[in-house]
Design a protein around this ligand. Sequence first.
Ligand SMILES: [Zn+2]
Length: 233
Amino acid sequence: MGGNFCLLHRAAIWGKMSFAWVELLMKILAISDEVIERLYSVRVRDTYPDVQLIVGCGDLPFHYLEFLLTVFNQPLFYVPGNHDPHYDPSHGHEVHGGVNLDGQVAMSKGLLLAGLGGCIQYHPGAPNQYTQWEMYERAYKLLPAIFLKKLRHKRPLDILITHSPPAGIHDDLDDPPHRGLKALNLVIQMTKPRYMLHGHTMFYKHNLKNHITRYVETQVVNVYPFRTMDIEG
Ligand SMILES: [Zn+2]
């Protein structure tokens, strides 16, 4: 009897712990590069009822992002890709209700987020394309803001949102538009985000063996075309 009580008691504690654990997890919907009909549907909320944060990794029509933002009624943070226009709210080049996190840091739902959009330059002058050197400059501008927010909120950088992959991870050296950005490796090394979510490269030429790669202390996740993730809040 004592043993049974003990087991039941343990089960009750474990149940509470599991429940608390589930409560601590946050469901993220991350999207990039391709409109997915299953998501662009009024029934998407039935399919994914517990999405709490939406992350856009670029190259998506703004009406798609605005649709998801409206249906889920949850915060949306995004960065631009090379097929998006230059950010210009005066010309409607923004996602209404969403936050363009390019070169910015933000807190949302207890998570510290930073963003750096764009990809390697392959057409000079085209929107959201940068040389390796230009991207280093953008990274150096962003780093102080990340360090300050980490200190202020006493927590790690939870998610780095980018369009391009870092150099040597999920990229394709044989294809100039799909070479990774070295500055992103630097940002990861210096800020140690828990996750980096990116798009831009698909399972092109089957060069990608896995969509998640651990780099330094970061899980680098290729979200193309979408992923749902449960992460600790
Ligand atoms: Zn792209």
